[in-house]
Design a protein. Structure first.
Ligand SMILES: [Zn+2]
Length: 178
């Protein structure tokens, strides 16, 4: 993509796209479900230019008995993260929505941990996707995952590249990872 093509993308009007399931679902209300059983749990409005909504997904990457995943989406057909910055309210609601989803996720996890009598760590993983040649869904979406059950961790652990002066990590058979 050239600089001129990026400029063209940034000037694109953000609208609802016919046939896009994410655009369609965003016009529903908090508490509504889609065909798969995902439910809308957060919504700043239904204006495709600036609003956002979040859904509790029917799929998880963590323990299926206790885990959950939240998906945050722009209400309109935003195809690239760079497009978020092109409207002030769109950018503000983006930040507020990320903050809202994060605190909601941790409050639920802390309550669950207390109820189950297990250790709680306020950890989550945020992973966003947008238009790419290899991506079947071009409508930007951000996944919020949590690590219940000790699952959904990268293995071998990748912390040694980021944190210095720590004990070397061990693998699940007790051996050191080089
Ligand atoms: Zn869409």
């Amino acid at each position: 993509m050239s600089v001129a093509q990026l400029e063209k993308l940034l000037q694109e009007q953000i609208v609802l796209k016919d046939g896009c399931g994410f655009c369609e679902f965003g016009q529903k209300s908090i508490g509504d479900t889609d065909d798969r059983g995902s439910v809308i749990i957060h919504q700043t409005g239904v204006n495709p230019v600036e609003d956002w909504y979040a859904v509790l997904q029917d799929t998880v990457t963590s323990d299926p008995r206790t885990g959950f995943r939240i998906l945050l989406l722009p209400t309109g057909h935003v195809r690239a993260f760079a497009q978020v910055a092109m409207n002030y309210n769109r950018a503000v609601d983006y930040g507020l929505s990320i903050a809202t989803v994060s605190i909601a996720m941790q409050e639920v996890r802390a309550e669950d941990a207390e109820h189950l009598g297990v250790e709680y760590v306020p950890m989550e993983r945020i992973d966003g996707k947008c238009f790419a040649r290899a991506n079947s869904q071009e409508h930007m979406h951000i996944k919020f995952d949590e690590p219940s059950g000790g699952l959904a961790q990268p293995f071998p652990v990748d912390t040694k590249f980021w944190i210095r002066n720590q004990e070397p990590p061990v693998n699940r058979r007790g051996g050191m990872i080089n």
